[in-house]
Design a protein around this ligand. Structure first.
Ligand SMILES: Nc1ncnc2c1ncn2[C@@H]1O[C@H](COP(=O)(O)OP(=O)(O)O)[C@@H](O)[C@H]1O
Ligand SMILES: [Mg+2]
Length: 434
């Protein structure tokens, strides 16, 4: 039986109830009419700004096309944003003015953005885009071009990023993104790698492809960081003769040398940084000077707050990636925007690249195929030497060496973390600084 039948019945037998219901309905229609009217007739204020409209569910900032709900902090309507951007571009570019520009705009239906996929594999992306990853062109994921609305790859030069930071709540794909980046570099074979993997076994498949065995304890991490700091100082000496050289690739070009870039991948860096001030100090040294000498770090960590990762270290990370985060402040401190709190898919990240304004929303690639790894390589084994360092420092001090000489002898360089360490061990003894 249809609705009309019941309504007729209701009108006959409960006329009062029926009348009341009609009134409510009419009221509702009036409210909706008013709401539509108010949305259509919003006058700009004195500064020509349009203000915020509310349609009963979402708030819409009519100036920047941002959309808010009571529950979600900030979302951006991508189609509106894209239309807006194109409109501005056309107005700015065209001689025929706004009227012509408006005519040239495609209909909104033509603009449907290609939605980002929720799952892409590294192999599939490389095949579809005919892309061969390398140190100078590493693939970060798939993104939507904001002008054309089409899917495209986001990639970049590790020499340009130097250091990278991947953050996000546990379980959203930090380790997988580090793994995808590392695997590309292992296969490309155009740089050396080092791995720190504290308890999570992210890089296990590439264990025999690093320059050194995977560092999986804080002690080994310290040993590895020190060796890299030493390597950096060795490179500094070699490059000192060429003051005009700013990058490793330039140095190689000028001298004909083949010094290889090194990328240190470090998962769960926030845990390690919280554990040891020495690791924090060494990471600061590495990220502070690595740029020129082709030694880069890619850190993954859940809680990269300022007390965990010194802001200097963070500041040196050219490439920043945030997967879903719970805390807006954390998101802001990494990518200068709170928007990572609105991400919800695994492997979906907001990325900030050096020298490029704005954020890229990217679906990170998953590595499914490991059969194309090259043969294992010979590795340099490092001994954790924390205990013996103390003894050596005290011995050398006994022999009358200065702090600077001791730093040089034990750590291969003076200043920075080495100086701090020597200071710490010798505190309370009398010794000359030079
Ligand atoms: N790029 C991705 N695309 C789709 N799913 C992913 C992606 N990266 C990770 N995941 C899913 O999320 C889970 C957790 O990823 P993981 O990298 O271990 O997270 P985290 O290191 O941030 O804790 C994976 O087991 C996988 O199921
Ligand atoms: Mg992880």
């Amino acid at each position: 039986m249809n609705r009309k039948f019941w309504l007729t019945l209701a009108r006959r037998f409960t006329p009062k109830l029926y009348a009341a219901r009609r009134l409510v309905e009419l009221d509702d229609i009036e409210v909706q009419r008013k709401r539509a009217h108010s949305l259509m007739h919003i006058a700009p204020d004195a500064n020509a700004r349009l203000g915020v409209a509310f349609d009963g569910e979402t708030f819409r900032n009519l100036d920047d096309r941002a959309v808010f709900t009571m529950l979600q902090n900030v979302a951006v309507d991508p189609i509106m944003q894209q239309l807006d951007r194109m409109e501005r571009l056309l107005i700015a570019a065209g001689p025929s003015g706004a009227q012509k520009a408006a005519e040239m705009l495609p209909a909104q239906s033509d603009l449907a953005l290609s939605p980002l996929p929720q799952y892409v594999t590294l192999a599939n992306l490389c095949q579809r885009y005919n892309f061969a990853p390398s140190y100078h062109n590493i693939l970060l994921g798939e993104t939507v071009n904001q002008v054309t609305g089409k899917l495209e790859l986001l990639s970049g030069d590790m020499e340009n990023f130097v250091h990278a930071l991947v953050t996000g709540m546990t379980g959203y794909g930090k380790s997988w993104q580090l793994k995808a980046m590392a695997k590309q570099l292992v296969v490309a074979g155009d740089c050396d790698l080092a791995f720190v993997d504290y308890g999570v076994n992210t890089f296990g498949r590439m264990a025999r492809h690093g320059l050194y065995p995977i560092a999986d304890t804080p002690e080994m991490t310290i040993a590895l960081f020190r060796v890299l700091v030493q390597e950096m100082h060795r490179r500094r000496e070699a490059m000192a003769e060429y003051p005009e050289v700013e990058k490793l690739s330039q140095y190689n070009q000028v001298t004909g040398d083949t010094m290889r870039p090194i990328v240190l991948f470090c998962d769960e860096a926030s845990v390690l940084f919280d554990k040891s001030s020495e690791i924090r100090g060494l990471a600061r040294d590495l990220t502070g000077m690595g740029r020129k000498y082709g030694i880069g770090c890619a850190f993954g960590g859940t809680d990269m707050k300022v007390t965990t990762m010194p802001s200097e270290t963070r500041g040196n990370c050219g490439l920043r990636m945030a997967l879903c985060l719970a805390e807006p402040q954390l998101s802001r401190s990494i990518i200068h925007s709170t928007a990572a709190v609105n991400l919800s898919d695994k492997g979906r990240a907001l990325m900030r690249l050096p020298g490029i304004a704005g954020l890229f929303e990217v679906q990170c690639p998953v590595v499914e195929n490991w059969s194309d790894l090259p043969g294992e390589r010979e590795q340099i084994t490092l001994q954790p030497e924390q205990q013996t360092d103390r003894k050596r420092i005290l011995d050398l001090h006994e022999q009358g060496m200065s702090k600077r000489q001791i730093s040089q002898a034990v750590y291969g360089y003076a200043g920075g973390a080495a100086h701090g360490k020597v200071n710490e061990i010798l505190s309370g003894t009398t010794v000359s600084d030079e």
